[in-house]
Design a protein around this ligand. Structure first.
Ligand SMILES: *[C@@H]1O[C@H](CO)[C@@H](O)[C@H](O)[C@H]1NC(C)=O
Ligand SMILES: *[C@@H]1O[C@H](CO)[C@@H](O)[C@H](O)[C@H]1NC(C)=O
Ligand SMILES: *[C@@H]1O[C@H](CO)[C@@H](O)[C@H](O)[C@H]1NC(C)=O
Ligand SMILES: *[C@@H]1O[C@H](CO)[C@@H](O)[C@H](O)[C@H]1NC(C)=O
Length: 586
């Protein structure tokens, strides 16, 4: 323990410096990505200190349209909501805040009346404390109660919540807090900051530029090392650096049109159902991997990376039928056979495993084996596959539904911390999977805020099953969701949940049955084009330099010069963090 604590403290010093820089650097654009609810999961000491803020930080954006956001003027501008008790609190150092007390109903809390502008995004943040409870923020408009965000509050410290909403009509509104527990709710540093749609997409484009592109200087030199002026440099993308993929169904094995359509677009995939337990072991002990094996082979032949989905699914209704009623000993034997069988079979061939799918919403295995069942499965999966495959939690509604308390970003982080605590190497190789099954209208400011919170874990975040339910704005919201994901610095890949079957897709297809694009297919193709650097060429200057702004990825660089008999080609990788200066000797 002593050794671990010491490590924790050493790493903590480094992390603290980083966090301080994060909070105090003046950003060149004005969306505030910071969120201090949780810190890196690798660092328990840091996590607890930051998760338990003794004093609330100041309101983001000075509170935005919220008046007296930090309660320095007492309760001025605020009122009791739902006939609850409201008092003013003060810390020993003199910080003032609101205390909703004597609560008997979820909605009894503190509120403020606001004026919203139509067609405007609002980013929300606030600090809560008081008792142990799930606290959420509701914005009551003319006819609607909009869930804008939530957090797991603790006693004796402040927890930050981030969220947001999009106003679809102007006018008066009221912001209040709610929680099912009757515990006191303390509130401080509340902020609601409006962004016009134009401002929002400007920040997004700037963030995408920083996260996904880089200005690269290539220098052509001759064999003696002298700069080569007037050389023609041409660049061609070999592989885009941002993994954008789609789920595939077994139909791909037999349908050449599906194959062509898929392989000309996507670099990564998840098998929709074919690797799931109910598919590979339909009857006890009768394992059949012929379909997922063939799909793996197809993916390999076409340079498509595969996510393993899934080892277990915590939903009782998604077990193989024969598993559902097994007594303890037999279930243990069956589960143990399953994890050893599937993980050992594909170990080293996958980039990821969804180890226990949806273990925030469901608890089939926890009910049978105890609260730490998932923890044990993650540790076992890691031991069975020691490759670089990332081990994912995979959950719905964390980005999609601010009202779903089971899947709040804060809940997700708690579960991740629990799993990590029993995992080899203190969590190295864990990753955050967010399904992203959206329905219109999508709460885009909430999506970004949830990503801000999850980004604090400091581990890779993927959107793993993105779709938008049908309706007139399906394509519009799909584009918004994909642009948000691409622009967020924490996101490292996206999979669309669009596996094709002749009888239809899960909720969203990209094409018709002849593989002609539907409007949402056009969106995806347009983004692939936009995010991929088109072939380009230029001439080197007197120092032999050629400069280009490129999307992260792998490029074939070809240099030709009158003094050369033949052109020279070389591959160059452009990625975050690697140098931006490359030499081509010809
Ligand atoms: C809460 O209830 C107690 C006991 O009835 C009462 O004394 C106190 O004034 C109440 N506080 C508020 C803020 O209403
Ligand atoms: C709000 O703005 C949208 C988009 O500009 C517009 O279509 C809608 O009619 C407006 N609604 C109201 C109530 O003004
Ligand atoms: C409180 O519990 C009720 C009943 O379970 C549920 O419908 C409601 O959404 C919950 N509210 C909150 C804030 O969790
Ligand atoms: C170019 O080709 C010619 C004829 O094949 C050869 O003599 C010459 O050495 C070559 N030059 C270089 C730079 O390779």
């Amino acid at each position: 323990m002593t050794k671990v604590d010491l490590m924790g403290k050493l790493v903590f010093l480094v992390a603290w410096v980083t966090l301080m820089q994060g909070c105090c650097t003046v950003k060149s654009f004005s969306y505030d990505y910071s969120s201090s609810i949780e810190a890196s999961i690798y660092i328990p000491l840091c996590y607890d200190l930051l998760n338990c803020l003794p004093e609330p930080p100041e309101a983001q954006y000075g509170g935005g349209i919220v008046r007296n956001a930090d309660f320095s003027d007492g309760l001025h501008g605020w009122s009791a909501f739902g006939y609850g008790g409201l008092a003013e609190g003060a810390s020993p150092t003199g910080n003032r805040y609101a205390v909703a007390t004597n609560r008997t109903r979820p909605y009894q809390s503190v509120s403020q009346k606001l004026l919203l502008q139509n067609d405007t995004h609002y980013t929300l943040s606030g600090l809560v404390s008081g008792g142990v409870a799930d606290v959420r923020v509701v914005v009551k408009t003319g006819g609607d109660f909009i869930h804008a965000g939530g957090v797991v509050a603790k006693a004796g410290c402040w927890s930050m919540l981030k969220g947001g909403l999009t106003a679809v009509s102007g006018g008066s509104a009221e912001l209040y807090f709610e929680s099912n527990a009757t515990a006191d709710i303390w509130v401080d540093s509340v902020s609601l900051k409006p962004f016009s749609k134009e401002e929002w997409s400007t920040h997004r484009a700037a963030s995408a530029g920083t996260a996904r592109r880089k200005t690269v200087r290539l220098q052509a030199t001759d064999s003696a090392g002298n700069p080569l002026q007037g050389a023609t440099v041409s660049l061609e993308t070999i592989r885009n650096g941002f993994p954008l993929g789609a789920a595939m169904s077994r139909e791909i094995l037999t349908n050449p049109a599906y194959q062509t359509w898929f392989t000309s677009r996507f670099t990564v995939t998840t098998f929709e159902n074919e690797m799931k337990w109910y598919s590979t072991e339909p009857a006890p002990g009768r394992e059949d991997y012929s379909v997922p094996d063939a799909m793996m082979e197809f993916a390999k032949q076409n340079g498509i990376a595969v996510r393993g989905h899934n080892v277990f699914w915590d939903d009782p209704n998604q077990q193989p039928r024969w598993v559902q009623g097994l007594p303890y000993q037999q279930l243990l034997a069956a589960a143990s056979r399953r994890i050893r069988s599937v993980v050992a079979r594909y170990a080293g061939q996958l980039i990821a495993w969804d180890v226990v799918n949806e273990n925030l919403h469901f608890s089939f295995f926890e009910r049978r084996f105890g609260w730490d069942a998932s923890t044990a499965f993650y540790a076992a999966a890691r031991l069975l596959d020691s490759s670089s495959a990332l081990m994912f939690m995979n959950e719905y509604n964390t980005l999609e539904q601010p009202g779903d308390m089971a899947a709040l970003p804060g809940r997700y982080m708690q579960r991740l911390k629990q799993i990590t605590s029993g995992y080899p190497e203190n969590g190295a190789g864990m990753a955050i999977g967010l399904e992203g099954h959206f329905t219109a209208p999508v709460n885009i400011p909430y999506m970004r805020a949830a990503l801000d919170t999850l980004a604090q874990a400091g581990i890779p975040v993927w959107l793993t099953e993105v779709d938008v339910a049908g309706g007139p704005s399906q394509a519009y919201y799909l584009e918004e969701v994909l642009r948000e994901a691409y622009a967020h610095p924490a996101v490292q890949g996206v999979i669309l949940w669009t596996a094709w079957r002749p009888q239809g897709c899960y909720v969203m297809c990209l094409t018709d049955n002849d593989f002609n694009n539907l409007p949402q297919g056009d969106v995806v193709d347009q983004l692939i084009t936009e995010w991929t650097t088109a072939p380009r060429a230029g001439t080197t200057d007197e120092q032999g330099f050629f400069q280009a702004e490129l999307a992260h990825g792998e490029y074939k660089v070809t240099v030709t010069h009158p003094s050369l008999n033949a052109s020279v080609s070389q591959s160059v990788k452009v990625e975050l963090g690697s140098g931006s200066h490359h030499f081509i000797h010809v």
